[in-house]
Design a protein around this ligand. Structure first.
Ligand code: FES
Ligand code: FES
Length: 157
């Protein structure tokens, strides 16, 4: 048995300690907002926050997250997180999603990026691209992602 702190609550999961966080979320806890893309830390679809940092849940075993706080897309987009709410609203305003598959990971990386910055600062395009470089979108929504992140940063300024 392992205990995972997810979105502010402890959850007990009966899976092998080597199980990736992604599969504990999706299969053991039925939290399917976090997506499986590559399984090899190459696409970013599975991004969650671990103590506020964006990580790839497909390659992070649950043994490595004991005593740490996991945040998933479910909590970032439920309106309770001001930065998440600003990012979510900007995503809707700019109609970012196409097929949508990569987008929970994109939003998780964008939110971690904006939380990491000094309050009120406006990121440059290069800073946005550097922060989002690990999140692949096969639909090519990068222009709208950039615009939405810049818009969210202005909202939060
Ligand atoms: S599924 Fe984790 S990075 Fe692609
Ligand atoms: S919106 Fe389709 S993969 Fe990004």
């Amino acid at each position: 048995m392992s205990i995972l702190n997810i979105n502010g609550s402890d959850h007990t999961v009966d899976v092998d300690p080597g199980t990736p966080v992604l599969w504990a979320l999706r299969d053991a806890l039925d939290m399917t907002g976090t997506k499986f893309g590559c399984g090899a830390a190459l696409c970013g679809a599975c991004t969650v926050h671990l103590d506020g940092q964006a990580i790839r849940s497909c390659v992070t075993p649950i043994s490595a997250v004991q005593g740490k706080k996991i945040t998933t897309i479910e909590a970032i987009t439920d309106g309770s997180d001001p930065v998440g709410a600003a990012v979510h609203a900007a995503w809707v305003k700019h109609d970012v999603a196409q097929c949508g598959y990569c987008q929970s990971g994109q939003i998780m990386s964008a939110t971690a990026f904006l939380k990491s910055r000094p309050k009120g600062s406006q990121p440059t395009v290069d800073e946005i691209d550097a922060a989002m470089a690990g999140n692949i979108c096969r639909c090519g929504t990068y222009t709208r992602i950039r615009a939405a992140i810049a818009d969210a940063a202005q909202t939060l300024a």
